[in-house]
Design a protein around this ligand. Sequence first.
Ligand SMILES: *Cc1c(COP(=O)(O)O)cnc(C)c1O
Length: 395
Amino acid sequence: MEEFFDPQWGSATLGVRAAEPRSENREHSAALSLTSSYVYRSAAQAAAVFSGAEPGYIYSRFTNPTTEAFEKRLAAMEAGASCVATASGMAAILTLCLSLLKQGDHIVSSRGLFGSTIGLFNNFLAKFGISVSYVDLTDLAAWEAAVQPNTRLLFAETPTNPLVEIADIRALADIAHRRGALLCVDNCFLTPVLQQPLKLGADFVIHSATKYIDGQGRCIGGAIVGDAERVGKDVFGFMRTAGPCMSPFNAWVFLKGLETLAVRMKAHCENAHGLAEWLSEQPTVKRVFYPGLATHPQHELARRQQSGFGGVLAFEVEGGREAAWKVVDATRLISITANLGDTRTTITHPATTTHARISAEAREQAGIGEGLLRVAVGLEDLKDLSGDLARGLKF
Ligand SMILES: *Cc1c(COP(=O)(O)O)cnc(C)c1O
């Protein structure tokens, strides 16, 4: 492992250079260590490594050179001391909750969460006596009011899906810390290239590496980043015992993904911004939701807190579900799927897919109308994307 890197490097440099794994063969590009276990030269050396007296790898459930390189590089990019890679983004959230929380603890979370996160909180953590209160992401007074004496964790996703609302991370961290709780931010939509929640006071960052970190829709993975005590010891300890670990093969793919993350995110942002502006000019489009537009309610906050506006946008068409479905069905290039963070642009109708299981009333309340479409903008040429949407937007 080439341990040296300068934490002051920019995210592009850290993504390419931080924690490059290098064996005695001096390979230039990271090798893939597909091994479940490791051999020792003697009984004494085995004992020393197992006891921790001597550094070394033990078993790939919790120590693998490729996975370790991915963890160290992502930690460097997020400005965190420690990172633990997990089998998926959901495994990251589960792992954090199970290592941090105990029976009787309480979570305050934003309402507009990734669907499986809500399912995990409501259906599974609840079985172990952990309760959750949901609040509006942007209503700081509601966050404050929802904190109870047993609140241990504040959990926020910013920007949200699909309306790309923005939470004030520093303000949430202040509320958490004043009340003896910790803040976790799901940074999947922006990646450390565009937002570094730990620098804004968050205690944990969660990733679904499945999205932009892979960036090409191949592997499932996740990560938790934070300090050396809670993540380096507590979360790592849970991983070592419970084992929701990342495959070394996936870690190798994600490591390669980090090398191009900065340049890809820039291109995603440029395309999304261009498409948002183009959509704003279309007569059949009622409203466009993109933090880069001056019309976005948290535009100023996004400018302050992020170094880019991200690759996801939403827009509402005149004519409800029928008109929205027409736009989806008229596409030839854009993929009809709910995935995001891919080179390929995707389109989804939230009201009948990702948000179909919540009541129509709750959907309307959350602003997810029948005419709303979400686009996760990929890396194709902007003119081809607008051309693909234009077909279905005509009267
Ligand atoms: C996809 C996603 C997750 C879950 O990640 P998986 O890798 O699919 O388990 C969590 N949060 C957000 C915001 C996501 O988009």
